[in-house]
Write a protein of this length. Structure first.
Length: 126
C-alpha cells in the first residue's frame, strides 16, 4: 500500500464496498491523499503485564496516565471510549469521587452480535 497512489487506494476501497458501478463517478469526485503512520499499530504489538502503567500508579496522589498507553482491564485500545474511560478513571480517583466509569461493552457475548457477524462472514442476506 505504501507505493499506491490515492486513486489506487480508492479503487481498492470501492471494490471492497462493491460500488464498482459508480466507480468512475466516485473516483472523479474524490480526493485521497496517502500518508504513512508508522507507529499507528504499536498499540497492538504483543505485550506483557506491566508494559503499560496503571492509570493511577501505586502510591500516586497527584499523577495519572490517560489515553491509549495506560492499562485498563478488559478494554481494547485504539478507541475513543478507552481514552475517555482512562481520563474518567483518573479524575474520579484523584478527586476521591465515588463514581465508576461506564462498564466495557462485551459485544462478543451478545447473541445478536454473534449472529450478525456469522451472517456477514458467510454473506447471508447480502
Amino acid at each position: 500500500m505504501s507505493a499506491c497512489t490515492g486513486r489506487e487506494i480508492m479503487t481498492e476501497i470501492i471494490g471492497h464496498l462493491r460500488l464498482t458501478e459508480n466507480s468512475s463517478r466516485i473516483l472523479d469526485s474524490c480526493t485521497c491523499i496517502p500518508c504513512m503512520m508508522p507507529f499507528i499499530t504499536s498499540q497492538f504489538l504483543p505485550r506483557s503485564e506491566g508494559d503499560r502503567p496503571q492509570v493511577i500508579p501505586q502510591g500516586s496522589r497527584n499523577l495519572a496516565f490517560v489515553g491509549q498507553y495506560c492499562e485498563l482491564p478488559d478494554d481494547v485500545v485504539f478507541t475513543v471510549e478507552y481514552s475517555i474511560r482512562s481520563a474518567h478513571t483518573a479524575v474520579c480517583s484523584l478527586l476521591g469521587l465515588d463514581r465508576k466509569s461506564p462498564p466495557v461493552y462485551k459485544g462478543q457475548f451478545n447473541p445478536r452480535v454473534f449472529v450478525g457477524g456469522f451472517l456477514a462472514l458467510h454473506e447471508i442476506g447480502v
